[in-house]
Design a protein around this ligand. Structure first.
Ligand code: ATP
Length: 346
């Protein structure tokens, strides 16, 4: 069996002269959860709809588990999609909602109900079969929507912003549930979100899109630690992006001060440098590092946040609460534990 779930081969989707998806190619591994992440309008939902067969590409070829599905209708693709709104039938109870697709596909009532009940159990929804969707919490409705999709044994499960109707606390739990289920059932999942934390938390692979193209695809760790350019660095968490100079391996100059640090290989010379707020260690003035002065200090319980004025520009710094504390006006030294020299991009 192919170890690739979905292949896009130079897929373009144009609406009039506008290319919502522009010559995109990728091969997504089977059994992986891949998120499509990016700013509003970058083409995430259109990409998902192209996988589902709800849109047909203007050009290019789509394969699902090795089969060319480019011209196939949605119903023929063995794909299930969970929408933001869940789209449950309000007048049907949970069991009817979950067995509906099986009945439409020609299953007999008894076997459809048995399969639906088993799926409700897998999702921890046993006992709720007779309730109407309106009698469920948001998190439960979400799980019913997933059960309804999974009972059809799709090759790929698609999620379009599945957590956006839930409050912050529930979001975290439901995203963990989705991740656990995906691993337990070895599902191939494509997941659209514009929330980078959600993407980092649930994904095997993150695909960052910008203006209809893939800006970078990689593991959450790789995108965070090794972003290709300033757009990705800033989109995946916070980053100070400053002008500096690479002097050699693990050695840079910032604001006229030469510093030892950890960094990926980069040719010597001027470069944009991204520094994560938590990669900067503050020490009292005089210690090795970039000299600075605290402009603003805030205590947030687990961490402290600082704005530090330095010759390289203003830096946003986050330190663990247990690290030494500084006050506004203090002179400090900023040691750079790790920096990211950026390739020229946006
Ligand atoms: P969001 O996070 O806001 O949902 P998105 O990344 O999912 O954004 P898409 O919905 O894929 O973005 O839309 C990409 C671009 O294509 C947008 O500029 C959108 O206006 C345009 N677009 C999408 N569908 C159509 C359509 N049916 N007709 C014309 N333009 C469309």
């Amino acid at each position: 069996m192919s170890d690739v779930s979905i292949t896009f081969d130079r897929i373009t989707k144009a609406f009039g002269s506008f290319r919502a998806v522009d010559e995109v190619s990728f091969a997504l591994p089977r059994g992986a959860l891949v998120t499509l992440l990016g700013p509003s309008g970058c083409g995430k939902t259109t990409t998902l709809r192209l996988v589902a067969g709800l849109e047909l590409p203007t050009s290019g070829r789509i394969e699902i588990e090795g089969r060319d599905v480019t011209a196939l209708a949605a119903a023929e693709r063995k794909i299930a999609m969970v929408f933001q709104s869940y789209a449950l039938f309000p007048h049907m109870n949970v069991l009817e909602n979950v067995s509906y697709g099986l009945l439409v596909n020609g299953a007999r009532k008894a076997s459809a109900e048995a399969e639906a009940l088993a799926m409700l159990k897998t999702l921890g929804l046993e006992g709720l079969g007779q309730r109407l969707p309106s009698e469920l919490s948001g998190g439960q409705q979400q799980r019913v929507a997933v059960a309804r999709a999974l009972v059809l044994r799709p090759k790929v499960l698609l999620f379009d912003e599945p957590l956006s109707n839930l409050d912050a606390r529930l979001r975290r739990r439901v995203r963990e549930d989705i991740r656990d289920l995906q691993k337990k059932l070895d599902l191939s999942v494509v997941y659209v979100t514009h929330d980078q934390q959600e993407a980092l938390a649930v994904s095997d692979l993150v695909c960052v899109m910008r203006a209809g193209k893939i800006a970078q695809m990689g593991t959450p760790n790789a995108l965070y630690e090794d972003p290709a350019d300033a757009f990705i660095a800033d989109f995946m968490g916070e980053a100070n992006v400053i002008q500096g100079e690479v002097l050699g391996p693990n050695r840079i100059a910032l604001g006229g001060t030469a510093l030892d640090t950890l960094m990926r290989a980069h040719p010597a010379g001027p470069a944009q440098i991204a520094v994560r707020p938590e990669s900067i260690m503050l020490q009292p003035e005089g210690a090795p590092g970039l000299a600075g002065r605290i402009q603003r200090a805030a205590f947030l319980g687990q961490t402290r946040e600082y704005e530090v004025q330095t010759p390289a520009g203003e830096l946003f710094v986050v330190t663990p609460a247990a690290a030494p504390a500084f006050a506004t006006g203090d002179a400090v030294s900023c040691a750079m534990q790790r920096v990211i020299p950026l390739r020229p991009g946006s």
